[in-house]
Design a protein around this ligand. Structure first.
Ligand code: A5P
Length: 233
């Protein structure tokens, strides 16, 4: 564990918790940075803030419950959603998400929110998303039924690799699906790529989050920078 990153994640999470106002319905992202936000929000609720929240994964739900945050279903729009990312592009705030395997619920929550805020340490910030490859693939969640054929369709856009779990078995998402990590994609037109992935039979969703985040809170050793989508880089 990189202690500096842990400290930075906590700083980003605490800053995001300051955005939450009394009575808000809040979306809780997944991954270690989002869990720092959950911890900070839990502290604020113990100090008297009233919120209800929707969790994007079972892991986050558990953390929220132990932090004393009231969880509700995603049955109405949210005021704010806060989530981590695997890579964030300067300027556009386009992001790759889903290395934690929660991308389907993460997108449902992000799209339900009036304001979607990304939080990360500065190691996640890139000038162009294409730079993050080959290390960071585009995660694609697919139905288990016929997944090999879905994979063959996806190979038109990159090299799909079935994600494994630590036990050596395929990773299974909270939705009971598989993840194909797509390496070596053609990034010239990310919006076209995103639309094609979404339109592929057998695909539930993918981890390219374009045009969703309005703000990114990026923690650096010098402080937390507030980046707004569309602002000069
Ligand atoms: C989960 O599916 C992802 O989208 C996470 O938001 C992402 O992997 C970031 O995780 P960390 O904050 O642990 O790096």
């Amino acid at each position: 564990v990189n202690v500096e990153f842990e400290w930075l994640k906590r700083a980003a999470g605490e800053r995001a918790a300051e955005l939450v106002e009394d009575g808000m319905r809040v979306g809780l992202g997944s991954g270690s940075t989002a869990l720092a936000f959950v911890g900070a929000l839990g502290q604020r609720t113990r100090d008297g803030l009233r919120v209800t929240a929707v969790a994007t994964s079972e892991q986050t739900a558990e953390a929220a419950r132990s932090a004393g945050i009231e969880l509700v279903q995603l049955d109405a729009p949210l005021d704010l959603a806060v989530d981590g990312a695997d890579a964030i592009e300067r300027g556009s705030l386009a992001a790759i998400k889903g290395l934690g395997g929660a991308l389907v619920r993460e997108r449902l929550v992000a799209e339900a929110a009036r304001r979607f805020v990304l939080i990360a340490d500065d190691s996640k910030l890139v000038d162009h998303l294409v730079e993050s490859q080959p290390d960071i693939p585009i995660p694609v969640e697919v139905l288990p039924f016929g997944w090999q054929l879905t994979g063959a369709r996806l190979s038109a856009y990159g090299e799909p690799k079935l994600r494994g779990s630590e036990a050596g078995k395929p990773f299974v998402s909270d939705n009971g699906n598989l993840i194909l990590d797509l390496f070596g994609c053609d990034w010239r037109e990310p919006a076209t790529l995103a639309a094609r992935l979404k339109a592929t039979t057998g695909v539930v969703d993918h981890g390219l989050f374009l045009g969703l985040a309005s703000t990114a809170l990026i923690a650096t050793p010098a402080g937390v920078a507030v980046l707004n989508a569309g602002a000069p880089r």
